[in-house]
Design a protein around this ligand. Structure first.
Ligand SMILES: [Fe+2]
Ligand SMILES: [Fe+2]
Length: 203
């Protein structure tokens, strides 16, 4: 089956995905603000990092709608209201939404796009579904650490990096404040989870 984009369900699915990604970006930006206010800057950074990627996903889906430029696409859709100030809940709800996109919504959109003859659109849905699965896994990991009281405490001695100044601290528990820049403990991230890699404990 091959249909024109303007007559397709795929066009609606692209707009649904554009709306979903745009909202995810905003929700994560709001969640980042909540985490910052609670002194959890490492979680603020995780949410902002992910928010930036959702914006890129939105742009990819938006660009697939070029043939519909100048028009309006009407859709129905359901979108979450994840209003809470509980950081663990924010992470868990984000994880749930990511996995729903990865496992259910985008695979279905990809199948419809393939049926309707839009192979490039189908590929975008499939590839972005895989990214959302990784997002879900990352939110799960941080939720587990927070729920276990292990965001800043470790069972085994390990390294931690201050996301503000880059100081690397070694120990079971990060100090109340960074000994170098004096920013709060919320800036510390486990060294193995620190951005860009390339650093290790000095021995
Ligand atoms: Fe996304
Ligand atoms: Fe995502």
């Amino acid at each position: 089956m091959s249909v024109e984009l303007k007559d397709s369900e795929t066009l609606k699915n692209l707009m649904r995905a554009f709306a979903g990604e745009s909202q995810a970006r905003n929700r994560y930006t709001f969640a980042a603000g909540v985490c910052r206010q609670q002194g959890l800057q490492v979680l603020e950074a995780v949410f902002l990092f992910t928010a930036g990627q959702e914006k890129e996903h939105a742009e990819i889906f938006y660009n697939h709608m070029k043939e519909a430029a100048g028009g309006t696409v009407h859709i129905d859709g359901g979108y979450p209201v994840d209003l809470t100030r509980d950081a663990a809940q924010l992470l868990r709800r984000a994880q749930h939404n990511e996995l729903e996109e990865a496992d259910t919504v985008y695979p279905a959109f990809a199948a419809t796009a393939r049926e309707e003859g839009f192979a490039a659109v189908a590929a975008s849905f499939e590839k972005i579904a895989a990214i959302e699965a990784a997002h879900g896994g990352r939110f799960d990991r941080y939720a587990q650490l927070l729920e276990a009281g292990e965001l800043f405490v470790s069972q085994a001695r390990c390294g931690w990096m201050c996301l503000n100044c880059g100081h690397i601290y070694e120990g079971l528990q990060v100090p109340e404040a960074c000994p170098v820049c004096h920013h709060g403990q919320g800036f510390f991230i486990r060294l193995e989870m620190a951005p860009w890699g390339g650093v290790s404990l000095g021995k």
